[in-house]
Design a protein around this ligand. Structure first.
Ligand code: NAD
Ligand code: UDX
Length: 464
C-alpha cells in the first residue's frame, strides 16, 4: 500500500515537529496538519518562519523547506481527513479535571471527538494512528466508534507512540532510538497497515530501529517508558536531599552510580523537580489504570514517583524562605527561567510555576526572566492554580526582558531552568546590583559554586 496523503489532527508540540520531519523526509507524500485552534494554525503559516508557535532548535529551518511544498497547516479538518490515506491523531490527552478519575485518568474526550469526526467524514478506507499517549486498550474504543458510526469504510488502527523530548525534538525525530508501531499483526489487513507505516519511517530510520508489536504492548510501552524515566529523576532527587544532610555531592554520586553500565549515566541529573506535559500526566494515568484493575501495590509504587517530585519542588521553595531568615514577605526574588527545561518555550507543569506560587503565598514579590516564554503565558500558568485573584498575580509578579533587570535590587535569585545563557552572565555585576547578603539558589546544578562564592554570593545548590 503506497501512502500519498497524510493528515495529522493536532498541530501541537508533537504533531507539528513530527509531521514537519515526515514531510521533509518523504517529499512524495502530502502532509496536512490540522487543528481547531485558528491562532496556532495561523502562527504555523506565518510568513516569518521564526514566528511558528513552537520553539525547537532546528525546527523553523525544516518548516521553511517543506511548508507549501508537501507540508500544509490548515483548520479545515474535514477536508484533510477525507483526502488522507493515513490519519495521525496527535491531540492532547490531559489529566481529567472532573468526574470519575478526576486528577488521575487521562481525559479522552478530544480523542473521541476525533474518532467521531473521522467516522462522519471518511468516504474511503483509512489507517488511523494513535500518536497521542493513551491508556492501554484505547484502540478498542476507537475501533468501536469508527466501525459503529462510520460510512461502511474500513479502518485499521495502529499505535505509534512518540518518544521525542522537547528541546531536542528535531534530533530525536531524525535519529530515534526506536520507532514503535503496534498493530493487528494477526490479520492480513493489519499487517498491510503496519507495513505502510513502516515504509513511511523507512525513508530515514534504519530497519532494525523500527519495532513492531501488538497494539496493547505498544500503548503500554509508552506509559512504561515515561514512568521509568521519571522514576530515575525522582530517585536521584531523593538522594539529593540525603546528600545535603551528609556532605555527599549528588553530582558525584550520580557520576559514580551512572558509570555502572547496568545503570547508565543518562537522566540522573538532580533538579528542582521534573516538569513537562508528560511525566506527571502519564504516571497518574498509569496509577489510575493499575487501581482500576485492583493492583494497589503497583499503583502505590508508581505514585511515589510523583509524591517525591512534589516534595522536591516544595522543599526547594521552603529552603528559600528558611534561608532568607524565615520570611520573604515584601522581598524581591528573581526567578531565572520559567520553561520546564531549556530550549523549549513550553511551561506545562514547570517547577517554576510551583516555586513561584509557594513564594507568592509567603508574600514575596517575584520578578521573572525567561528567554523564550511570553509574559501572558507566565500569568496564565499562575492564574490556572487559582491560588489568589488574577489581579494579585499581576501586582506581585513582574516579567522583564533581561536577567540583570530581574536581579537588580533583589534579595535572592532562584535559577529554575538550565538555559545555557545563565552560565555566561556577568555574575559580578548581578551581585553588585543585589541587596546583601545576596542569595543564589541553583535548582539545576548549572552554576559553579566556587566562582559564585568568591564573588560573594550565599550559594545554595540542589544536592550539595
Ligand atoms: P498540544 O496541546 O501541544 O497539542 C494538541 C493540539 O491538538 C492542540 O493544538 C489542540 O488545539 C488540538 N486539538 C485538540 N482536539 C482537537 C480536535 N478535535 N481537532 C483538531 N485539533 C484538536 O499537545 P502535545 O504536547 O502535542 O501532545 C499531544 C499528545 O502527544 C499527548 O497525548 C501527549 O501526551 C503526547 N506526547 C507529547 C510529547 C511532548 O513532548 N509534548 C511527547 C510525546 C507524546
Ligand atoms: C519526556 C520524555 O523524555 C519523552 O521521551 C516523551 O516523549 C515525553 O516526555 P520531555 O518531558 O519533553 O520528554 O523532556 P525530558 O527531557 O524528559 O524532561 C522532563 C523533565 O525532567 C524536565 O523538567 C527536565 O528538566 C527533568 N529532568 C530530566 C531532570 O530533572 N533530570 C534529568 O536527568 C532529566
Amino acid at each position: 500500500m503506497k501512502i500519498k496523503n497524510i493528515c495529522c489532527i493536532g498541530a501541537g508540540y508533537v504533531g507539528g515537529p513530527t509531521m514537519a520531519v515526515i514531510a521533509q523526509k518523504c517529499p512524495e507524500i502530502n502532509v496536512t496538519v490540522v487543528d481547531i485552534n485558528e491562532k496556532r494554525i495561523a502562527a504555523w503559516n506565518d510568513n516569518d518562519v521564526d514566528n511558528i508557535p513552537i520553539y525547537e532548535p532546528g525546527l523553523s529551518k525544516i518548516v521553511a523547506e517543506a511548508r507549501g511544498r508537501n507540508l500544509f497547516f490548515s483548520t479545515d479538518v474535514d477536508a484533510a481527513i477525507d483526502k488522507a490515506d493515513m490519519i495521525f491523531i496527535s491531540v492532547n490527552t490531559p489529566t481529567k479535571t472532573y468526574g470519575i478519575g478526576k486528577g488521575m485518568a487521562a481525559d479522552l474526550k478530544f480523542i473521541e471527538l476525533c474518532a467521531r469526526q473521522i467516522a462522519r467524514v471518511s468516504t474511503s478506507d483509512k489507517i488511523v494512528i494513535e500518536k497521542s499517549t493513551l491508556p492501554v486498550r484505547t484502540a478498542e474504543t476507537l475501533k468501536n466508534i469508527l466501525d459503529n458510526t462510520g460510512n461502511g469504510v474500513n479502518y485499521q488502527i495502529l499505535s505509534n507512540p512518540e518518544f521525542l523530548a522537547e528541546g531536542t525534538a528535531v534530533d530525536d525525530l531524525m535519529n530515534p532510538d526506536r520507532v514503535l508501531i503496534g498493530g493487528d499483526i494477526e490479520t492480513e489487513k493489519g499487517k498491510e497497515a503496519v507495513q505502510a507505516l513502516v515504509d513511511v519511517y523507512a525513508h530515514w530510520v534504519p530497519n532494525e530501529r523500527i519495532l513492531t508489536t501488538n497494539v496493547w504492548s505498544s500503548e503500554l510501552s509508552k506509559l512504561t517508558a515515561n514512568a521509568f524515566l521519571a522514576q530515575r529523576v525522582s530517585s536521584i532527587n531523593a538522594m539529593s536531599e540525603l546528600c545535603e544532610k551528609t556532605g555527599a555531592d549528588v553530582n558525584e554520586v550520580a557520576k559514580a552510580v551512572g558509570m555502572d553500565s547496568r545503570i547508565g549515566s543518562k537522566f540522573l541529573k538532580s533538579s528542582v523537580g521534573f516538569g513537562g506535559s508528560c511525566f506527571q500526566k502519564d504516571i497518574l494515568n498509569l496509577v489510575y489504570i493499575a487501581k482500576s484493575f485492583g493492583l494497589h501495590e503497583v499503583a502505590d509504587y508508581w505514585e511515589q514517583v510523583i509524591l517525591m517530585n512534589d516534595h522536591q519542588k516544595r522543599r526547594f521553595a521552603a529552603n528559600i524562605v528558611k534561608t532568607l531568615f524565615n520570611t520573604v514577605s515584601g522581598k524581591k526574588i528573581a526567578i531565572l527561567g520559567w520553561a520546564f527545561k531549556k530550549d523549549t518555550n513550553d511551561t506545562r507543569e514547570s517547577a517554576a510555576i510551583y516555586v513561584a506560587d509557594y513564594l507568592l503565598n509567603e508574600q514575596a514579590e517575584i520578578v521573572v526572566y525567561d528567554p523564550k516564554v511570553k509574559s501572558e503565558q507566565i500569568y496564565t500558568d499562575l492564574d490556572y492554580l487559582n491560588s489568589r485573584a488574577e489581579k494579585e498575580n499581576r501586582t506581585h509578579v513582574t516579567i522583564v526582558g533581561n536577567p540583570y533587570e530581574a536581579a537588580k535590587d533583589s534579595h535572592a535569585i532562584a535559577l529554575l531552568t538550565e538555559w545555557d545563557e545563565f552560565n555566561e552572565l556577568d555574575w559580578k555585576k548581578i551581585y553588585d546590583d543585589m541587596l546583601k547578603p545576596a542569595f543564589l539558589f541553583d535548582g539545576r546544578r548549572l552554576l559553579e559554586r566556587k566562582t559564585k562564592e568568591k564573588i560573594g554570593f550565599e550559594f545554595y545548590a540542589i544536592g550539595n
